[in-house]
Structures are given as C-alpha cells and as structure tokens.
Design a protein around this ligand. Structure first.
Ligand SMILES: Nc1nc2c(ncn2[C@@H]2O[C@H](COP(=O)(O)OP(=O)(O)O)[C@@H](O)[C@H]2O)c(=O)[nH]1
Ligand SMILES: [Mg+2]
Length: 360
C-alpha cells in the first residue's frame, strides 16, 4: 500500500439516501484516528478486537452528539465504517475524519491508492459496474470482475507450455475485437437515421424506441435539430439520432440542421438510410453520404407491395410492419456473432493487447 502514514477514506456505497452507507478508510493511523471518535459498546477499545470483527458502538462528535454505527478493521491499515444511510450522519462522520487530517477521496481514487498505478483487470471491470445500464452489461462485467480473463490467461499459459498452439488460438480467437464490443456495453452504439425529408425518419425513430419522441410532420424539413433517444436491443444500449433531411433547406435554421446531420453521419457506428418506397430511387445520393456502416431501408411498405433491389429491408413506420426485423438487423450489423455460444467481450483495449501478445 502506498498511502504511507497518511489516512484516506471514501464512501463506497452510492451517494444519496440508502439504508446503510459504508466508508472505507486506508492508512497507517487508521485505528488511532477512528478510536479518537469511536467508543465500542462495553469497556474494550477498538484495537482490542481481532481483525474482521464487527464492532458496534458510538461515534462521538466534537460537540458531544453521537451516532450509533458499526466499525470493522478489515486489515492492519484498513477499516470500514457502516453507518445509517442518511446524508447528515455520513457527512458528520466524514467531517470528523477530515478534521483529523484524513483525505476524502472518491471510491475510484481509493482503489487506485490500494492497488497502485495499475489496477488489476478484475478491479478495472468492477469499477465499470455503476456505469452498466442493462442486465446483459451488468452480467458480463460481473463475469470479468470475478476473474474470467485471469482464468483464460492461465489456461493459455498451460497450453503454451505444452506446445499446444492450436488450443491457444482456439481459446483466444473469440476475444479478437472484443474490447470494441465491451465499450459499447457501457457507451451506447450510435445509430444515425438519415434520408430525404418526409421519408419517414422521425416516424421510424419513434417506432424503434417505442414511444413518441421525434416530431412527425407532413411538411418536409420539420426535424431541425438532431434528436436523440436511447433504447436497448437484446441488452445492448443503442442511441438513435434523428437528423434533418439531407437537402438544401432555404431557411438558416434548417441549413444548420443539415450540416449537423453530415457531422453525425461520419461519426456514427451505423447509418440507417431511409427511403420512401413510393419515391423514385436515386442511387447517386447515398454515394455521397459519409458513413462507416450503412443499411438502406425502404419505408412506407403499407403503400406498395414492391420490394426493390436497393432495399436491404422494407418496413412501415406507420403500421410497424418489419420493425422487429429491423431491430434484429441493426444488432446483427453492430455486433456480429452476438448470441453465439463463444461470443466474448473485453472491457479494455490493454487487455485485448495482452491477449494478443500471449498468443504469440
Ligand atoms: N403511409 C405511411 N406514411 C408514413 C410512414 N412513415 C411515415 N409516414 C408519413 O410520412 C410523413 C413524413 O414522416 P416523418 O416521419 O416526419 O418524415 P421525416 O421527414 O423523414 O422525419 C408523415 O406524414 C408520416 O405520417 C409509413 O410507413 N407509411
Ligand atoms: Mg423528421
């Protein structure tokens, strides 16, 4: 531990109201400082109790008022305080500690302090937990926090030692490109909906996210700002961006919207190009669209039975026909192989590099 003689602490439970709040304290003088406020029930002092024992008592503030709380020394220089979750009680305890020269950190900084500059991989994964927004992402982060990668690396080391390169390759293959995917379990995929005015982009976005968000209008060019809405497809967070139609608008507000749309397109993980099936197809138009990946979707399938060559899928944003297939197609395009039994994710690029290096 690199904290030296100083004392640091952090609240490790979420800030705000909760039943119990936990403070973790790290430093050589931890028992000494805490003992100056904490009086265990009975006659013993804190250090009379063995490590890991849960000790109930009173935290006596300088003004004589007190809180009842629980203290546990988890290691020689590490201690936990569990107190009532009310903000006031926690702040009062934190204030006493700060008064005694302790440094208040956030829990990430405290982890850093305990583990040095390089956090072990499982700890890095654990730190992502509060940022996960879907059951899938929480589950995958948990698997990593429990040491999935360490186990793989150990397995690989054994096969390597035995000269079984075929097995090494087999184990590591599913992890190729896996950190890109992992990033998008925390940060949503960015999918931009583009196409000519009136193609039905805003209507489609409403269908994709399942509620009215974008303004739909018969007057071309209604969507002037870039509108965003998040949804989840099979556990993957996806942010849809509804753009102004790409045409030369006469009024300045709309022109600004069009410029913004172009910027959004080149940054998007996926562009959905929406074309009205009752409009003649202009092949040249999509060639000018900056994009990394694009799906061309024919909309207003309720108005025609025609399924033209240019469309990868036809849908109706009015009747919602084809919307489920579109959601599937979007996910297949963004996360190829998702759902396969050997589908893997990683949560850091460094880990992917490490896996690549070990395979050589
Ligand atoms: N019949 C039919 N009309 C649609 C469909 N999708 C959108 N519309 C209509 O087309 C018009 C333009 O839709 P909107 O979503 O505002 O298009 P945007 O300009 O591309 O955002 C509106 O009147 C919608 O009700 C569809 O699938 N079928
Ligand atoms: Mg619109």
């Amino acid at each position: 531990m690199s904290s030296g003689g100083s004392l640091s602490f952090a609240q490790v439970t979420p800030v705000g109201r909760s039943a119990i709040t936990t403070l973790v304290l790290v430093g050589e003088q931890v028992a000494e400082v805490v003992s100056s406020y904490f009086q265990p029930l009975g006659n013993k002092t804190l250090t009379d109790y063995p490590l890991r024992r849960i000790v109930f008592g009173k935290w006596i503030h300088p003004d004589g008022t007190f809180e009842e709380l629980v203290v546990s020394r988890v290691a020689d220089h590490q201690l936990e305080i569990h107190c009532h979750g009310g903000m006031v009680a926690v702040e009062a305890v934190a204030a006493s500690l700060v008064k005694s020269g302790a440094k208040q950190l956030n829990w990430k900084e405290l982890d850093q302090l305990q583990f040095g500059a390089e956090l072990p991989y499982w700890k890095q994964a654990e730190q992502l937990l509060p940022q996960t927004t879907t059951t899938l992402s929480t589950q995958l982060v948990m698997e990593h926090a429990q040491g999935e990668v360490e186990q793989i690396l150990q397995q690989v080391a054994k096969f390597k030692e035995a000269g079984q390169t075929q097995e090494v390759r087999q184990i590591l293959k599913p992890y190729e490109g896996a950190s890109q995917r992992g990033r998008h379990l925390i940060e949503p995929w960015n999918v931009v909906i583009a196409g000519k005015p009136n193609a039905g982009k805003s209507s489609l976005m409403n269908q994709l996210v399942g509620y009215q968000r974008a303004i739909v209008n018969q007057q071309p060019g209604t969507t002037r700002d870039v509108l965003r809405a998040q949804t989840v497809i099979h556990g993957w967070p996806v942010e849809f961006v509804d753009t102004a139609g790409l045409r030369q608008g006469e009024d300045a507000v709309e022109v600004a919207g069009v410029e913004m749309a172009k910027g959004q397109l080149s940054q998007a993980d996926l562009v959905l190009w929406i074309h009205d099936l009752t409009d003649p197809w202009e092949a040249g138009r999509i060639e000018q669209i900056p994009h990394q990946q694009m799906l061309v979707i024919g909309n207003k399938a309720d108005l025609t039975t025609e399924v033209p060559d240019w469309a990868q899928l036809v849908v109706s944003a009015q009747t919602s026909a084809g919307i489920d297939s579109l959601l599937e197609l979007i996910l297949e395009t963004l996360v190829p192989g998702f759902g396969n039994p050997d589908f893997k994710v990683l949560f850091s690029e460094a880990m992917e590099t490490k896996m690549r290096e070990i395979s050589i």
